[in-house]
Design a protein around this ligand. Structure first.
Ligand code: GUN
Length: 296
C-alpha cells in the first residue's frame, strides 16, 4: 500500500504561513499583496477555479481584483493587461486559461510584465526555468508538485521520471524543473505524448510517473513498476449515478489498483490540485516583495 501524499495538508500549511507573512508585511508597509484575476468567457470549470483562487487570497491576507467579462475583443484584453502592468497597486496578473476562441493566448501572455507573471507562463520566466537561472516565478502546478516531493523527502536524483503530457502549463515545465540540479530533483526525464511509441514500455521502467493528460484513470496498474512514485495531475469529471451530483472527480490514474503497487501516490482530489493555488499565493507574495524592494 502506498503512502498517500496529502496536498491539502501542505497547501493549508503554506496558506496559513502566508497569512502570517502578509500580516507582517502590512505592519511594515501598510500594504497588502494584490492579485488581478482576469477571466474571459463562460467556461464553468474556469469560474470554479477563479472562485477558489479569490477565496484562498482572502484566507492568506492577499487582495484580489477580478476582471470577469463574458466577451472581450483581443485589443481590449491587451489594453487591460497593459493597464494592470502599469498599476502600482497590482502585484500579480493571472489570466485564466483557456481563453475563448478568437483570443490569442500566446500573444496575451507575452504582454504580461514578467515581474507580475505569477503564473510563470511568460517566455522570460519559462526561458529562465530551462536555462537553469532563477525565473521570477515557476508555474504553479509544477512547482506545487516539486513542493510535495520536497515535503515527503522523495529524492529523485538520477531516477527515471516519465511525464505523460507536454502542455505548457504542466508537462513541459515539470520536466524542466525535475531536470534541474535542484535538491530532490536532478532526474532523468522523458516526456511522452499522444504520438509516443511504446508508451507502456516507457511507463513500465519509470521510477516516477507524472500523469497530466486529462484522461480519466488512464494509467493502469499493469504499466506501473512496483514501488513507483505516482503524481496524478488529472482533474476529470466522469458520470456517476451513485453520486448525488451525478458525477465524480477522478485523476489520470486508476487509483484503486495503482495504489497497491506504488510507494507514494497523490490522490484526486486532495493531491496536486490543492497545491496549485498555494503556489499562486506564494508567487503573489514574492511579486509584492520584489516590487517593494524586499527581494531581488
Ligand atoms: N488553467 C488551468 N490551469 C491554470 C493555471 O495554472 N493558470 C491559469 N492562468 N490558467 C489555468
Amino acid at each position: 500500500m502506498a503512502i498517500i501524499i496529502d496536498g491539502n495538508a501542505l497547501s493549508k500549511k503554506i496558506k496559513d504561513n502566508l497569512r502570517v507573512e502578509t500580516d507582517a508585511l502590512f505592519d511594515k508597509t501598510n500594504k497588502r499583496p494584490c492579485l488581478a484575476v482576469v477571466l474571459v468567457g463562460e467556461n464553468p470549470a474556469s469560474h470554479i477555479y477563479v472562485a477558489s483562487k479569490e477565496k484562498a487570497c482572502h484566507h492568506s491576507g492577499i487582495l484580489s481584483k477580478s476582471y470577469k467579462v463574458e466577451n472581450m475583443k483581443e485589443t481590449e484584453l491587451e489594453e487591460l493587461i497593459l493597464k494592470l502592468n502599469q498599476d502600482p497597486e497590482i502585484n500579480g496578473i493571472l489570466v485564466q486559461l483557456p481563453l475563448p476562441e478568437g483570443l490569442n493566448e500566446e500573444k496575451i501572455i507575452d504582454l504580461i510584465d514578467p515581474i507580475k507573471d505569477v503564473d510563470g507562463f511568460h517566455p522570460y520566466n519559462t526561458g529562465k526555468l530551462w536555462i537553469n537561472l532563477k525565473p521570477y516565478f515557476f508555474p504553479c502546478t509544477p512547482w506545487g508538485i516539486y513542493e510535495l516531493i520536497k515535503e515527503y523527502k522523495i529524492d529523485l536524483s538520477g531516477k527515471e521520471v516519465v511525464v505523460l503530457g507536454r502542455s505548457n502549463i504542466v508537462g513541459k515545465p515539470i520536466a524542466g524543473i525535475l531536470l534541474q540540479k535542484f535538491p530532490y530533483a536532478d532526474a532523468t526525464v522523458t516526456v511522452c505524448h499522444s504520438r509516443t511509441k511504446n508508451l507502456e514500455e516507457h511507463l513500465k521502467r519509470a521510477d516516477v510517473i507524472v500523469a497530466a493528460i486529462g484522461k480519466p484513470e488512464f494509467v493502469k496498474e499493469e504499466w506501473v513498476k512496483q514501488g513507483a512514485v505516482i503524481i496524478d495531475v488529472g482533474i476529470n469529471r466522469v458520470a456517476d449515478e451513485t453520486s448525488p451530483k451525478g458525477y465524480r472527480v477522478t485523476g489520470d490514474v486508476d487509483f484503486q489498483t495503482v495504489e497497491k503497487k506504488a510507494s507514494y501516490i497523490t490522490p484526486v482530489p486532495g493531491g496536486v490540485g490543492a497545491m496549485t493555488i498555494a503556489v499562486l499565493l506564494q508567487n503573489t507574495v514574492k511579486a509584492f516583495k520584489i516590487q517593494n524592494g524586499m527581494k531581488d
